[in-house]
Design a protein around this ligand. Structure first.
Ligand code: DLZ
Length: 165
């Protein structure tokens, strides 16, 4: 069997973010990890040529769908990126908030007809969240910052949706 490369394969041609208006809504829960993801995301947007980036914050992941929906309706954005980090605790909170934010964000995207990128990590441990935010990897490396993928996805989906023509 051929080697199976796990994870995201970049598009054949990098999408051009010039002229796009991107909204980022991030949580204030688990802020150190969220900040690393936000930085990775903003850097990636800039690398794609995006210069018009609006950053707003809400309390936690449960607020992300309403926050994104409300801000999308107030502005002229081509795509939104919702960033948050859920870390499993000893109660059922994690499951309920993960479910609500996932389906809520999907609904906002379909209802608004604007791409909404799912930048929510649902981690079983704090360590997992750090690995996925490029802070501390499993082998003493820095891990991978998923925020970079979310920035690229926002540009790709905004173009797919006809923005910037
Ligand atoms: C209550 C709560 C808990 C337990 N854990 C998290 C978390 O890990 N990540 C996160 O973004 N938010 C958490 N919250 C807060 C909820 O998302 C929400 O802000 C509150 O329930 C108020 O609606």
């Amino acid at each position: 069997m051929e080697h199976f490369e796990k994870g995201l394969v970049p598009p054949k041609q990098r999408a051009d973010g010039k002229g796009l208006r991107i909204l980022i809504v991030h949580t204030r829960w688990n802020l150190p990890v969220v900040t690393a993801l936000l930085n990775g995301c903003v850097n990636s947007l800039k690398e794609h040529g995006v210069t018009d980036i609006t950053i707003r914050d809400v309390a936690g992941c449960f607020e992300l769908p309403f926050g994104v929906s409300s801000l999308l309706s107030q502005g002229t954005y081509d795509a939104a990126i919702a960033i948050g980090v859920l870390i499993k605790g000893s109660t059922m909170h994690f499951e309920y908030i993960a479910d609500a934010s996932t389906s809520g964000l999907m609904r906002v995207g379909l209802d608004s007809k604007k791409p909404v990128i799912f930048g929510v990590l649902t981690c079983l441990t704090e360590e997992q969240s750090k690995q996925r935010a490029g802070i501390a990897g499993p082998n003493g490396d820095e891990g991978h910052n998923h925020g970079a993928d979310w920035g690229a996805a926002a540009v790709e989906m905004a173009r797919l949706n006809g923005a910037g023509k």
